[in-house]
Design a binder for this molecule. Sequence first.
Ligand SMILES: Cc1cc2nc3c(=O)[nH]c(=O)nc-3n(C[C@H](O)[C@H](O)[C@H](O)COP(=O)(O)O)c2cc1C
Length: 177
Amino acid sequence: MSEEIIIVSGTNRKAAMSYQISLTYQQLLKDLGVKSTIIDLMLLPDDFSFSALYEHSGKNDAFNKYREMMLNGKKFVFVVPEYNGSFPGVLKTFIDGLEFPNTFTNKKCALVGVSSGIQGAGLALSHLTDIFHYCGMNVLAQKPKLSHIDDNFENGEVINELYMTLLKDQAQKLVEF
Ligand SMILES: Cc1cc2nc3c(=O)[nH]c(=O)nc-3n(C[C@H](O)[C@H](O)[C@H](O)COP(=O)(O)O)c2cc1C
């Protein structure tokens, strides 16, 4: 059995599609015999952007749980929704609250974009790739962009065959990465 992978659902929006795609991804990893844990940004403490950052780093117990998980993780999947042509601010705030640079240096991740529009969060994934490269993390080249997600997801499942092929292919490559 390979090491456990952490899946980050990249928004704190209730009923987010990103969380649904995170669940799909967790199942794909399970099918490959790989354990994973989902960090759902919706479960972060409400006030973490004020109580867990900068001079408060490490002082918010509820946030520290996630800080530790991220610090100990070796491989990540970030499911990234497109908000205003980029990724959500809460995801950047989450990253800013983590230990720098040890949380990401020399680690590996895969990115998945999700949008209701046509881009599939392509720009958001590029923006995030720049940040992770700055932090010293290796980003897998395959980055599926799941556009028009509302038309391609039904009853808890991705119903677009191409999307599923892209996700399976990426998950396999991440395990081998
Ligand atoms: C604040 C906000 C901004 C958004 N901006 C965009 C956008 O720029 N392009 C787009 O295609 N969809 C945009 N959306 C829609 C999301 O892409 C859509 O909700 C999708 O399901 C992924 O986000 P979710 O995980 O929150 O569901 C936006 C949604 C929110 C809440």
